[in-house]
Design a protein around this ligand. Structure first.
Ligand SMILES: C[S@@+](CC[C@H](N)C(=O)[O-])C[C@H]1O[C@@H](n2cnc3c(N)ncnc32)[C@H](O)[C@@H]1O
Length: 273
């Protein structure tokens, strides 16, 4: 790994609404894991990770995917890379390496991983397209890239509280560098970066019909709504309604998809004698 001298937090992760300085952020990340790990396990399991694989989890967060890979690749290497790795436990499994890395500034060697996974990270980073292209260079021939991101469905016909609340949230995140609509472009980016066998899986995240999705949104709203309240750009009554939606099945709404796209680096051409 080539590393720079310093690590600089992007806005959303230093003082923004995703900062690990916020005491509720760890619980929110763990709720995200409970919501999305089943689909990640299916997608990654279908790739049949081998014991000796070298894997990278970009923006490993609270670590569940890196730990899962470390169990399956005991004689390989699993790099859990995060700009702020305070919630990652390097002692969890032998092949695990926790790396404090700003992925927007630092690089890995070409052909150094059999599998690169990233979830709920790239949409937050303005360098997202470039990072996909960089991640492809880190794959060995035949190696796999898996990218997972949220996609907000059109809000025009959503419950009015959700429409206003989520639009404002998307705007706030946009000001911190997030593109909540980026997931839509990921398959095209994987293709343009030269990957083959591209697959896309959509997971509906319906708000208001139960756990584990509601727990994630409840925790997210608890963290975000005070920030929206302080900004005063959304009426307080709308914010109250947004919280109540989680307990009101008549307001259930298929508001988000989670997009998991994967592709494979081309195999090296066969040698001719
Ligand atoms: C929303 S969390 C997702 C965590 C994990 N991938 C998951 O899905 O459970 C995004 C993670 O990316 C990390 N991150 C943000 N910017 C980063 C950067 N420039 N380089 C490396 N990691 C970064 C954050 O610290 C955070 O842990």
């Amino acid at each position: 790994m080539r590393t720079g001298n310093s690590v600089t937090l992007t806005d959303a992760y230093s003082n923004g609404i995703l900062s690990k300085e916020i005491p509720t952020e760890l619980g929110r990340l763990q709720a995200l894991e409970r919501m999305l790990d089943p689909v990640a396990h299916e997608v990654l399991g279908d790739l049949r990770p081998e014991p000796g694989w070298r894997c990278l989890d970009m923006g490993a967060g609270a670590g569940s995917i890196a730990y899962w890979l470390a169990e399956r690749c005991p004689s390989g290497r699993v790099v859990a890379a995060d700009i702020d790795p305070r919630h990652l436990d390097p002692g969890r499994a032998a092949p695990l390496e926790v790396a404090t890395v700003d992925l927007t500034r630092e690089d890995f060697s070409r052909n150094s991983f059999d599998l690169v996974h990233t979830r709920a990270l790239l949409a937050h980073l303005p360098q997202r397209d470039e990072l996909v292209r960089k991640a492809v260079t880190w794959l060995r021939p035949g190696g796999h890239l898996v990218v997972g991101e949220f996609y907000i469905l059109p809000l025009d016909d959503a419950h009015p509280a959700l429409r206003t609340g989520v639009r404002t949230l998307a705007q706030l995140m946009g000001e911190q560098g997030t593109d909540v609509y980026w997931a839509r472009r990921v398959p095209a980016l994987l293709k343009a970066a030269g990957l083959t066998g591209i697959q896309v899986r959509l997971t509906p995240l319906t708000i208001g019909i139960g756990e584990p999705v509601d727990e994630f949104w409840r925790r997210s709203f608890e963290q975000y709504l005070p920030i929206l309240r302080r900004r005063g750009t959304v009426p307080g009554t709308t914010l109250d309604e947004l919280t109540k939606m989680l307990d009101d099945s008549s307001a259930a709404d298929l508001c988000w998809f989670f997009v998991t796209a994967s592709g494979r680096a081309p195999e090296a051409p066969a040698r001719t004698s």
